[in-house]
Design a protein around this ligand. Structure first.
Ligand SMILES: *Cc1c(COP(=O)(O)O)cnc(C)c1O
Length: 425
């Protein structure tokens, strides 16, 4: 690798992020005190503000007991409403279209209760062959729930032979040809394995034109790329908050339902006391009166101590702004790509993420040869203090996160890879 470390220091001077707002884990090896943390696509770092905010919510419980429902500074009963507007801004939704609740796969199921309604010949669910396993299990179990054979019902779209990522046309061509058999399209906005960003508006339009419902799993897209779910006419979406949203392990997740579906009495939905309009919650009537917002998809009262970290994180995204983050992300990931080019040119390594910055977020995935990913990732961590993650059998993922990653992190990752993987001749 010929780019010198001094170049990284220079870039960190001219293009700093917001690393000072986060706790960065100490390095477990190598020459630097802090780790080069490039695993924010798996678990984002802890914002320094989270701890005090969380403790304030905890203290309110100690001080107020049950009265905290109404009297806490951030009263618990309407707590979720504090998160609605910032979550909506982040995904390009109207406030009525976004809510924070549950966890991602649970929400996918609750949304499929409403939006996967196989009928006649229209039964198929289209996913990508490299879908995250949880999504794959979820859609297969939904097919079985409807008495269908998942092997016939779930269609897995693959990249063309010799290609690593799906092309938009691979999806839209399928929908044009077979769309009248498709009930639901459920794809990852950014693929967890390859880091590919799909053309969400084009695929949504093609799916809806074919008469299907189009939902998106935005686990790897939210907080990573700008989103405009309302304008893109997306039917529904779900995301988790512990990856790019830095809200902590197992954090509460988010849901979007497009305005055109809100208040529709014909949509099946599972309900609990948080599904009824807030003003009716304590009327103790046997029949609910759900609001014409996505909050009707809520079921239970939310875990308040899990809401605080999401709120803190969303405030940070509001303060910095997704457009600025995306700009820095393009520069940072572009730089890592250049360094990886220097490393991969004469080594048995290959970047499988699309080269076009418009077709990816911040993650770059490297194919390292079958069976090598876990061992290589371990060595990066213990010998160089570089934290990346392995996805079996052969992918190592590096995600420079524009909020807190640095050019030096990228340089250390590329240099560690060069030191760890032998040159082929
Ligand atoms: C991270 C991730 C999940 C994780 O599911 P949980 O319900 O949060 O445990 C699911 N799907 C995708 C695409 C993911 O990237």
């Amino acid at each position: 690798m010929h780019t010198p470390q001094s170049e990284a220091h220079r870039l960190d001077q001219t293009d700093p992020g917001h690393r000072h707002l986060f706790h960065v884990p100490p390095a477990d090896g190598g020459d630097h005190p802090e780790s080069a943390y490039l695993a924010g696509n798996s678990l984002g770092l802890q914002p320094r503000a989270t701890r005090d905010e969380l403790l304030a919510d905890l203290d309110a419980w100690g001080r107020l007991g049950v009265e905290g429902h109404l009297e806490a500074e951030r009263a618990w009963l309407p707590y979720h409403e504090l998160l609605t507007a910032p979550a909506a801004r982040l995904v390009g939704a109207r406030p009525a279209e976004a809510v924070v609740m549950n966890s991602l796969t649970v929400n996918l199921h609750l949304l499929m209760v409403s939006f996967y309604r196989p009928a006649g010949a229209r039964t198929r669910i289209v996913i990508e062959d490299s879908a995250f396993p949880s999504d794959s299990y979820a859609v297969r179990s939904q097919a079985r729930f409807h008495g269908l054979d998942p092997d016939d019902t779930v269609v897995r779209l693959r990249p063309r032979p010799g290609e690593d990522a799906l092309r938009t046309e691979d999806v839209t061509d399928y929908l044009a040809a077979e769309g009248d058999r498709v009930a639901l399209v459920l794809l990852g906005g950014v693929n967890y394995l390859t880091g590919e960003l799909l053309d969400i508006p084009a695929i949504t339009a093609a799916g809806r034109a074919a008469g299907a419902v189009v939902g998106w799993d935005l686990a790897h897209a939210v907080g990573n790329v700008p989103l405009a779910l309302h304008d893109w006419d997306v039917d529904f979406a779900a995301w988790c908050s512990y990856k790019y949203l830095n809200s902590g392990p197992g954090a509460l997740a988010g849901v979007f339902v497009h305005e055109r579906h809100l208040g529709d009495p014909d949509l099946p939905r599972f309900e609990g006391w948080w599904s009824t309009a807030a003003a009716t919650r304590f009327e103790m009537t046997p029949v609910s009166r759900p609001p014409s917002t996505v909050q009707a998809w809520q079921i239970s009262n939310p875990p308040i101590f899990a809401m605080g970290p999401v709120r803190t994180s969303l405030e940070l995204f509001d303060a910095v702004g997704m457009p600025a983050l995306r700009e820095r992300s393009l520069r940072l990931t572009g730089w890592l790509e250049r360094l990886l080019d220097e490393v991969t040119v004469d080594r048995p390594l290959r970047v499988v993420t699309p080269r076009d910055p418009a077709r990816r977020g911040c993650q770059l995935s490297v194919r390292v040869g079958a069976g090598n990913a876990a061992e290589l990732t371990k060595r990066l961590r213990h010998e160089h203090g570089v934290i990346a993650d392995a996805r079996e059998p052969d992918v190592v993922r590096f995600a420079p996160v524009p909020l807190y990653s640095t050019y030096l992190d990228c340089w250390r990752a590329a240099a560690a890879l060069a030191a760890t993987v032998g040159v082929t001749r």
